[in-house]
Design a protein around this ligand. Structure first.
Ligand SMILES: [Zn+2]
Ligand SMILES: [Zn+2]
Length: 163
């Protein structure tokens, strides 16, 4: 499940593919393996190693730098922990439960209808151009923001759906 959006103002126009693709469970597993190998830093590794059924948000999202107007697409890498480990252990994932898999095989915030997980660590995203902290924006928020370069409100259009 994903969505293509186009963001434009007087000085630019660019399309982005957001959300999660068809290869999601596979991508999720590969990312968790990288986290456990320490490729995303010690803190992430520590969370995935020590907190039972911890999960991570890898849903491709937009981050805006309000300072210079830089807009990038990246994985949030925010970490969540179960509110109730025994409840999460019983969640069904295909043929097995989380307990059967020994971990949560894949996860994204939009899948967590019952709010079984809560945010425990937010990853800071720094603008590669001006080094200010970027904010995560969805289409609605982006519509309200102005481009700091041309002063125009961003126009956001949905391009197409993909999977
Ligand atoms: Zn602009
Ligand atoms: Zn910036």
């Amino acid at each position: 499940m994903g969505v293509g959006i186009n963001v434009s103002c007087k000085c630019r126009s660019k399309s982005y593919m957001l959300g999660i693709g068809m290869l999601f469970p596979d991508t999720y597993k590969k990312t968790v393996d990288k986290i456990k190998a320490g490729k995303y830093g010690d803190e992430g590794k520590n969370i995935m190693d020590t907190i039972k059924y911890a999960v991570v948000d890898i849903e491709s999202s937009l981050y805006l730098c309000k300072h210079c107007g830089n807009l990038i697409q990246t994985e949030p890498m925010d970490y969540y922990a179960p509110k109730d480990v025994s409840k999460v252990a019983k969640l069904d994932y295909g043929i097995k439960t989380v307990e059967g898999w020994g971990e949560v095989p894949y996860w994204a915030p939009y899948m967590d209808f019952d709010h079984n997980f809560s945010l425990i660590k937010k990853t800071t995203h720094v603008c590669p151009i001006c080094k200010h902290e970027m904010i995560r924006v969805d289409e609605e928020q982006l519509n309200k923001e102005k481009c700091p370069k041309c002063g125009e409100h961003y126009k956001v259009f949905q391009d197409m759906l993909w999977d």
